[in-house]
Design a binder for this molecule. Structure first.
Ligand code: PGA
Length: 262
């Protein structure tokens, strides 16, 4: 069974007081033995990563950065390395979010370099991919996600993919727009990605890899998305900023028995 992974990407939002309150509530929720067995993660802005790590220490909630620089260190003003994230206690990092691809011009190769740096530093990774609206309208969704996926997995050991990398399918047209992919649309691309992973890395690995969906996930649509056979959790932006909605999503993202053991 693949245990669902529900992660909150706070982007450039929330500040100390709200973060402290959120973490107190999340700690209590994470400790609730009766809650569904989804894995939880929080991705705060860099400056708050250490604070969130400390606030959630021992809770089992993963904490990570929203990107990292591919170099270990050096003259890169304004950047943060994977090693630094690890040094302050982060366990994860997101790479290849469409906002980074679009706003910071990150190419597939740039995203792959960040993935490699993260793994080398000991961080687990959420690697994002997804098509834009024009790409979908042109019938190029599969070609685009294949190109992005291939760049991410090429040459990586299957065991690393199965145990340390989660892929987040985030159609760009659904991010922050309030427009969610239908469960059928999400499942279609997730099944395609899993088949592609099977071709590239073998069916055994593909059956274990976690595939999150992201893009306007909310308490009222998460259950039907997670019911889909190949949707193993959610990467949540806007609806992760209020504890009440993140908690509702985490409760509904119940442990659906998908695939084989991870
Ligand atoms: P959203 O963002 O939930 O606000 O659409 C998702 C994401 O960008 O990861």
């Amino acid at each position: 069974m693949r245990t669902p992974f529900i992660a909150g990407n706070w982007k450039m939002q929330l500040q100390r007081a709200a973060i402290a309150e959120f973490c107190r509530a999340l700690r209590a929720f994470a400790a609730d033995k009766a809650r569904p067995a989804a894995r939880l993660g929080i991705f705060p802005p860099f400056v708050y990563v250490q604070e969130v790590v400390e606030a959630l220490a021992g809770s089992g909630v993963a904490v990570g950065g929203q990107t990292c620089h591919p170099a270990e260190q050096g003259a890169f003003t304004g950047e943060v390395s994977a090693r630094m994230l690890r040094d302050v206690g982060a366990s994860h990092v997101i790479v290849g979010h469409s906002e980074r691809r679009q706003q910071a011009g990150e190419t597939d190769a740039d995203v792959r370099a960040r993935l490699d740096a993260a793994l080398a530093a000991g961080l687990d990774v959420i690697a994002c991919l997804g098509e834009t609206l024009p790409e979908r309208k042109d019938g190029r969704t599969f070609a685009v996600v294949d190109r992005q996926l291939d760049a991410l997995v090429s040459g990586l050991p299957g065991e690393t993919l199965a145990t340390r990398v989660t892929f987040a399918y985030e159609p760009v047209w659904a991010i922050g727009t309030g427009v969610t992919a239908t469960p059928a649309q999400a499942q279609e691309v997730h099944a395609h990605l899993r088949a592609r992973l099977a071709e590239r890395c073998g069916a055994g690995v593909a059956a274990r890899v976690l595939l999150q969906y992201g893009g306007s996930v909310k308490p009222d649509n998460v259950a039907e998305l997670i019911e889909c056979q190949d949707v193993d959790g959610a990467l949540v932006g806007g609806a992760s900023l209020q504890f009440s909605s993140f908690e509702a999503i985490a409760r509904l993202g119940r442990a659906v028995a998908h695939g084989s053991n991870r």
